[in-house]
Write a protein that binds this ligand. Structure first.
Ligand code: FAD
Length: 399
């Protein structure tokens, strides 16, 4: 176990994936240097849904209790028909769900989730965190790897983990598969105080209103202080965008056709910001010698399974475990990590596109089929369908 030589393992990117990897590796005795390009470590001010598999990862990283303390535990995954204002199905997340998957389903503020990992990294002597450090590319020999920074600095390590997100520089060199695929789906986000949320929508649920080529999501966050609003329309947006402020009018445009109650959600939002979503085709290999990808850099996905961050957390756990299993043989450990993660994450990438088409955005007869098929399912049926996902962990893929 643990470090061979003096150089640390370098992690490019201090997002959820990078910090999970850093923590996992440090817990196994490795020294880790996180290089983050931004001037501060942090996350955007919005919510995120986390399945039981994310809690397995938190536990494996030693931050389970801290993460649990920040989460809101929703009672249902609630699917509403955004055209008719009718409930299609409410999947219960109560004790039978928790017993089945050995952990809860929850929602959490991204800054809180990231903060839990950051705090644990800061308290760990083996983790060093550097900001204003943009990794441009890498060079490697048989025994070490160097991250070359935008500043011209050369940082030497025993391995380099590219956790540098959707637009990863490490991936550009390692895979060289061009820019991410622009999905044409535009997402608008807003976080509002709970008192702004209409009372008849203050549900303790991760709620999804599904309509033709659009959907709306809301859930409470931060001990019910605020509500997270995320509304998405498939408007064939041609260019990637991340976090641009937009007017109410622009948000309204993609939702004129849905029922009044669903439309009203938009009226209660403030300071809307826009993202145009991207993903990539899954790939089988994301390792080059002493360099590997992790999280969105390896397998960026649309958000329809609500699993991108959960997969990044699982990656961190699996990476650390693979290094331990290979007793520090970096190249073999990275190959093992890649092999253990590739199929599960590819299934998320491909399945998310299908969920978008068949559950989130169908119209007419296709929407009728969705409503009838999902309404006919029992809670146990849903749990069976989700077993591969929520029953799996970073260490054990349950297919
Ligand atoms: C609308 C939407 C909703 C979502 N909802 C969910 C959900 O409910 N549940 C869920 O699990 N997931 C969700 N996701 C997905 C999730 O947000 C991502 O999968 C996750 O944040 C990826 O984490 P990451 O650390 O791999 O990448 P990122 O969060 O992108 O972090 C990358 C980090 O690397 C830094 N960086 C970038 N380039 C460099 C460089 N060259 N050198 C150094 N540092 C660099 C960046 O500044 C950043 O800090 C959602 C995504 C979207 C868009």
């Amino acid at each position: 176990m643990a470090q061979t030589g003096n150089d640390p393992i370098i992690v490019a990117g201090g997002g959820i994936g990078g910090l999970a990897a850093a923590l996992g590796l440090a817990n196994k005795g490795y020294r880790v240097l996180v290089l983050e390009r931004a001037s501060e470590l942090g996350e955007i001010g919005a919510g995120i849904q986390i399945g039981p598999n994310a809690f397995h990862a938190f536990d494996a990283l030693g931050v389970g209790d801290a993460a649990r303390a920040k989460a809101v535990y929703v009672d249902h995954l609630l699917l509403m028909d955004a055209m008719t204002d009718r409930r299609i199905v409410a999947i219960p997340l109560d004790d039978p769900f928790r017993r089945r998957f050995r952990n809860p389903y929850a929602v959490i503020h991204r800054a809180d989730l990231h903060g839990v990992l950051l705090e644990a990294c800061r308290s760990n002597d083996r983790v060093q965190l550097r900001v204003n450090a943009q990794v441009e590319r890498y060079e490697q020999s048989g025994t070490s790897v160097a991250a070359l920074l935008a500043s011209g600095e050369r940082v030497v390590g025993t391995a380099l983990i590219g956790a540098d997100g959707l637009w990863s520089n490490v991936r550009r060199q390692l895979v060289d598969d061009g820019a991410p695929r622009v999905s044409g789906h535009t997402t608008y986000r807003s976080v509002i105080p709970t008192e702004r949320m209409p009372e008849d929508l203050r549900w303790n649920a991760a709620t999804l209103w599904a309509g033709p080529k659009c959907h709306l999501v809301h859930y409470p966050l931060k001990g019910w202080e605020v509500f997270n609003l995320v509304v998405t329309c498939h408007n064939d947006a041609p260019e990637p965008v991340a976090g641009r402020p937009v007017s109410h009018d622009e948000v309204r445009r993609g939702f004129q056709h849905v029922c009044a109650r669903a439309r009203s959600i938009i009226e209660h939002g403030v300071d809307w910001k826009l993202w145009v979503l991207c993903d990539r085709e899954p790939i089988q290999n994301w390792v080059d010698g002493r360099v590997a990808l992790l999280g969105d850099a390896a397998h960026p996905t649309l958000q329809y399974f609500a699993q991108g961050a959960c997969m990044a957390l699982e990656d961190g756990v699996c990476l650390a475990d693979s290094l331990e299993r290979q007793d520090g043989d970096i190249a073999e450990a990275l190959i093992l990590y890649n092999r253990r993660r590739a199929v599960r994450t590819a299934r998320i990438q491909l399945g998310s596109r299908l969920l978008g088409d068949y559950v989130y955005h169908p119209d007419g007869a296709r929407a009728d089929v969705r409503n009838a098929a999902l309404a006919a399912m029992s809670a146990e049926d849903f749990y069976d369908e989700l077993q591969w996902l929520y029953g799996g962990t970073g260490l054990n893929t349950a297919f």
